[in-house]
Design a protein around this ligand. Structure first.
Ligand SMILES: Cc1cc2nc3c(=O)[nH]c(=O)nc-3n(C[C@H](O)[C@H](O)[C@H](O)COP(=O)(O)O)c2cc1C
Length: 199
């Protein structure tokens, strides 16, 4: 029997005073109650990589940058991902794009979904992110969570919290159920390949 999948909740903004911690902590508190997967927060603040400056694409030559290697090892150790995604100018943040450029096989054949926040729930950023992840052999899922401007303003200006928007809990559950299914299924598929390669 295979072990429980490990899921990373990736925070994609790093600026001081970011809103990202609110949705991240809300989701993490829901996720850690589950007994079918292990969840951890992966904060891009802990991986301050330079702008991509490798001599060759990583498919041809591994990076020597210590922070990038640490980031790659962290991503390799996980079986699925939830990108907590802000929207900067209708796309993902530069820091997330740069971090993704530093990945290669560590993320291949794994599932990802999204917790977006912004005026349109970061829907535009998430659609861009799906395209980027397709190139990185990631299976992106239908079920997502979108925190809109009404909720954000409620929390930023009126002292509200995620508890005032309980409908998001149902979407989170559906998203997590789906992600765990895919994480288990693709983990099994990857391990079948490893067994065949070793034989
Ligand atoms: C550079 C920049 C561009 C932004 N562009 C958008 C945008 O296109 N759409 C949107 O909904 N919000 C946009 N915003 C507002 C963000 O949704 C809001 O600042 C949010 O709190 C950003 O996430 P963070 O606090 O975790 O950095 C932008 C914010 C910044 C800093």
């Amino acid at each position: 029997m295979q072990t429980r999948p490990k899921i990373g909740i990736i925070i994609s903004t790093t600026r001081p005073g970011r809103f990202a911690d609110v949705p991240t902590n809300w989701l993490f508190n829901i996720a850690k109650e589950r007994d079918d997967a292990d969840f951890e927060i992966v904060d891009l603040r802990d991986y301050p990589m330079p702008f991509f400056e490798e001599k060759l694409p990583l498919a041809y030559a591994p990076t020597q940058n210590e922070v990038a290697l640490r980031w790659q090892h962290k991503i390799a150790s996980l079986d699925g991902y939830i990108f907590v995604t802000a929207e900067y100018n209708h796309s993902i943040t530069g820091v997330l794009k740069n971090a993704l450029d530093y990945l290669y096989s560590e993320i291949h054949r794994k599932p990802a979904t999204f917790l977006g926040y912004g005026s349109a729930g970061a829907a535009r950023a998430i659609e861009h992110l799906r395209n980027i992840l397709a190139e990185e052999h990631v299976a992106t899922l239908k079920n997502t969570v979108h925190i809109g401007m009404v909720e954000m303003l409620g929390m930023l200006r009126e002292g509200k919290s995620m508890a005032d928007y309980p409908f998001h809990d149902d979407f989170a559950k559906r998203m997590l159920d789906d992600l765990v299914w895919w994480a288990n299924t693709l983990k099994e598929g990857r391990s079948r390949d490893e067994i065949a390669e070793a034989a």
